[in-house]
Design a protein around this ligand. Structure first.
Ligand code: HEM
Length: 422
């Protein structure tokens, strides 16, 4: 079958920043497309994306080298990276059986039991951040919800899990995380690429000191588990493997949760009736979080490498080419979600979204980020009121092929009277 024509260039900066009309046009034209002049099959339909994710024998996650792209061959970039540790394919960019080995280990650290045990700590961080936003507003300064809440919350949570709390600050962890995310999105110039390579090495050197410390004296955190674990009697992970796992936890856990928090609050600002509905019935918050994840889908899409000639939704994908599984489009497929662009906190099938992917690579941190998001919105709605964009606020979404999120969200709000404990 001839692939239908794509209704535009999916990677044009203006489409990446505001892709919704483009995705709607894709849904009218077909569930999968050939991207003209490239070896890319672009998959947008919900059922087609689910189908692709289940066919791990044909569609591989070994896209580490493809992602590194042409600039990884640049001698200046390579020279910097060679002063650090080699990149190892662990979870996201590995296939079974290698993937299974790492995944088993990391799953243990992110079980529901472990995540539930973190709830009080998450709530404590959330309340401190809300207090700090209130103090800032009281001083007459503009609160930026992204910088003042949505970035520090997940960074603080993951930094403590990977042993970085106390050994460095939130701004540094965020800077490292951004460097990895920018390299992944490939929308940066040479200077930024060089800077990112330097940051990667700086992150590795810092990780090395933590790894050595945990080897000498485990503390019971996730990093201690990673350093000292040997699964099924296998050799323990070496430094480069541990760094790769840490890096993925740091990057995947930060940018995405930040984007859902900021995008979610913006949805509440723009939908006063939905906000009122959730205020009247806070038990809707967990489902509202699913709906925010569906509509925001911060990991807009992910790559797969086609290992053998295949067809996806009737479109041919030759061995050696790439699939782009477009989670953000699938999550607005009208065949799956009625009135897909509408924000409905009580939507019945919101939780069937693909914002965390599906199958063997489904997000290992999904329970942790769901917890952070639910606690954050519980406390924000209980403590604050009158959310509005600050006068003159400009909303900018950074163009990135894989990750999408608001750069800033200047905000005004009022305090809600708090009940005093008896
Ligand atoms: C709203 C927040 C988040 C979103 C939207 C998100 C999204 C995703 C998606 C779509 C994938 C699948 C990639 C694929 O299909 O190949 C994924 C994988 C992954 N995520 Fe998340 N993520 C979030 C939060 C987190 C957190 C908090 C962590 C860790 C602390 C995390 C760690 C990972 C890791 C390690 C993988 C790779 C898993 C594997 O390949 O087996 N993520 N995430």
């Amino acid at each position: 079958m001839t692939a239908p024509a794509l209704p535009g260039n999916p990677f044009a900066p203006e489409v990446l920043s505001d892709p919704w009309a483009f995705y709607a046009a894709c849904h009218k034209a077909g569930p999968a497309f050939q991207l003209p002049g490239t070896p890319i099959t672009y998959v947008t339909g919900y059922d087609a994306v689910v189908d692709a994710l289940g066919r791990v024998e044909e569609f591989s996650n070994a896209f580490g080298t493809d992602l590194a792209g042409a600039r990884s061959q640049d001698p200046e970039v390579t020279a910097i990276l060679e002063t650090g540790w080699p990149a190892v394919d662990t979870m996201l960019t590995a296939d079974p059986p290698v993937h299974t080995r790492y995944r088993k280990l990391v799953n243990l650290a992110f079980s529901m039991k472990k995540v539930d045990a973190l709830e009080d700590r998450v709530r404590g961080i959330v309340v401190d951040l809300i207090d700090a936003m209130q103090r800032k507003a009281a001083r007459g300064e503009t609160v930026d919800f992204v910088a003042d809440f949505a970035i520090p919350l997940p960074v603080a949570v993951i930094a403590s899990e990977i042993g970085m709390q106390g050994s460095t600050d939130v701004a540094t962890v965020k800077r490292w995380s951004d460097a990895f995310a920018d390299r992944l999105g490939q929308m940066i110039g040479k200077e930024r690429e060089l800077e990112c390579a330097r940051e990667v090495v700086e992150f590795q050197r810092h990780s090395k000191t933590l790894i050595d410390a945990r080897r000498a004296a485990p503390t019971g955190d996730l990093l201690s588990d990673l350093v000292n674990a040997s699964i099924d009697g296998e050799t323990p992970l070496d430094d480069a493997e541990i760094m790769s796992v840490l890096q993925q936890l740091m990057v995947a856990g930060n940018e995405t949760t930040t984007s859902t928090l900021a995008g979610g609050l913006l949805m509440l600002i723009r939908n006063p009736a939905a906000l009122q509905q959730v205020r009247a019935d806070p038990s809707l918050i967990p489902n509202m979080v699913e709906e925010m994840l569906r509509l925001e889908t911060p990991t807009s899409g992910m790559w797969r490498v086609v290992k053998k000639d295949a067809t996806i939704a009737g479109v041919e994908a030759k061995a050696g080419t790439m699939l782009m599984v477009r989670y953000a489009a699938a999550n607005r497929d009208p065949a799956k979600f009625e009135d897909p662009d509408a924000f409905q906190p009580d939507r019945k099938n919101a939780r069937t979204h693909l914002a965390f992917g599906r199958g063997i690579h489904m997000c290992v941190g999904n329970m942790l980020s769901r917890k952070e998001l639910a606690v954050a919105f519980q406390e924000l709605l209980a403590r604050l009121d009158g959310f509005a964009l600050a006068p003159g606020a400009e909303l900018v979404w950074k163009p990135n092929m894989l990750l999408r999120g608001l750069s800033s969200l200047p905000l005004t709000f009022t305090a809600r009277p708090q009940e005093r404990a008896a």
